[in-house]
Design a protein around this ligand. Structure first.
Ligand code: ZN
Length: 410
């Protein structure tokens, strides 16, 4: 394994940290010079929550608490939520449920995308009541009247009628017809159970955006952003036009990140793949990630090294995608190719067309090299998890000198 240093990943000071510490979720040497509890780092590392709480008390002691404060708040919120889950269900949350609870506790909007039977609805109901007890208004939207009654009675069973007071359970038809009334209720958490059918309709999506509290302008901007993004990907425009589109995209994205206070949205879905422009606009507004579960199932290590490309490739050897910084241009790609060939690797270039993909899936290449430009063919949709295992970003100014290595393990 290559020993690496992350340039700015210490969770507390944002400074450099060695991979050994980072992987264990510890802080850098400057923040905590020596870990002495239970012989850390070793096999007996406590879980992430305990580590954060431990580090928190150390930093408070030395008056050096910085960024870890956010972590600490998140973890204690998460611990409370997990405790509540156990209390009301009498069960230990499963690992996927823990992952959802963690994101919920952080106030993220996201899709719980998993097959039936993974405990989506239970997790959502627990969080609904947890939020209601924290005096938040919760809107629970379901597709049918019979589901509405079912959810209502399950909520009562779990917590007694008192806590259900500020949770409203409505059908999607009801919501679409009574947007004003629901807006007056001012939900801070909106849950869409069984959302696939609901989100197929552009009209329902309009209503949802309104209920969440987005302004007409923000919604319009998000739709425009979606339009520009597909334009940037599809069209063969000249350089100036592309540059103009890119600038507009950046501007709109910046505007959107400063949007107003809106409700948290949680969506339960079997196969959420929003296709329409409005649905994709909703994703932009909420910074919504639909591919979460797939990413979660992968074990991704993100690392940084100052070793030479030769050393990196000699270590990784195969199933590696090298993305060359745009600044290095075609020369950079050629250099990388010659270097890889000089150490006996079979090299494919991902610079145009899609034919290299067939060769890649037939296993004809050890290494695939392309440009890291966001419009380059190499960064767009190479879905070959068996053939691409490592991704090396070559010569990126933003992360200083050297390489970033992303290792993806299924
Ligand atoms: Zn630090």
């Amino acid at each position: 394994m290559i020993e690496v240093v992350y340039p700015n990943l210490c969770p507390n000071c944002g400074g450099p940290i060695t991979s050994t510490r980072a992987i264990l979720g510890l802080l850098c040497e400057r923040c905590v010079p020596k870990y002495d509890t239970n012989g850390l780092p070793s096999k007996t590392v406590p879980d992430r929550g305990e580590r954060v709480v431990d580090a928190y008390s150390r930093l408070i002691g030395t008056n050096s608490l910085l960024g870890l404060w956010d972590n600490y708040i998140e973890i204690s919120e998460y611990n409370k939520l997990v405790g509540f889950f156990k209390q009301v269900t009498g069960l230990e949350p499963r690992s996927l449920q823990r992952y959802w609870l963690f994101r919920m506790a952080r106030g993220e909007s996201f899709a719980l995308s998993a097959p039936t039977g993974m405990g989506k609805t239970t997790t959502l109901m627990v969080y609904a009541v947890y939020s209601a007890l924290a005096r938040k208004n919760v809107l629970f939207v379901v597709p049918t009247a019979s589901l509405r009654d079912q959810i209502q009675s399950r909520l009562k069973q779990l917590y007694g009628s008192e806590a259900v007071h500020n949770v409203r359970v409505v059908t999607s038809t009801y919501m679409n017809r009574n947007v004003d009334e629901i807006r007056a209720f001012e939900p801070e958490l909106v849950i869409l159970d069984d959302a696939d059918a609901f989100l197929k309709s552009g009209k329902s999506t309009d209503k949802l955006v309104e209920v969440l509290g987005f302004s007409v302008e923000a919604y319009r901007n998000a739709i425009e952003l979606v339009r520009l993004k597909s334009l940037a990907l599809l069209s063969k425009k000249n350089k100036e036009e592309q540059e103009e589109i890119r600038k507009k995209i950046e501007q709109l994205s910046r505007d959107l990140t400063s949007t107003q206070d809106v409700a948290q949205l949680l969506v339960a879905s079997a196969t959420l793949r929003p296709k329409g422009a409005k649905q994709r606009a909703l994703r932009e507004l909420l910074n919504f990630d639909v591919s979460t579960v797939q990413l979660y199932a992968r074990n991704v290590v993100d690392a940084f090294t100052k070793r030479s490309l030769r050393e990196v490739l000699e270590t990784l050897k195969e199933r590696t995608l090298v993305l060359v910084s745009k600044d290095k241009g075609k020369n950079g790609i050629r250099e990388a190719k010659e270097l890889a060939e000089s150490i006996g690797l079979r090299v494919g270039l991902a610079v145009s067309g899609r034919r290299f993909l067939d060769k890649l899936s037939r296993g004809e290449y050890n290494v695939l090299i392309g440009s890291a430009s966001q419009y380059g063919v190499a960064v767009r949709g190479i879905d070959e998890p068996n053939m691409i295992y490592n991704v090396v970003f070559y010569a990126f100014r933003s992360s200083g000198l050297g390489w970033r290595i992303t290792s993806i393990t299924l």
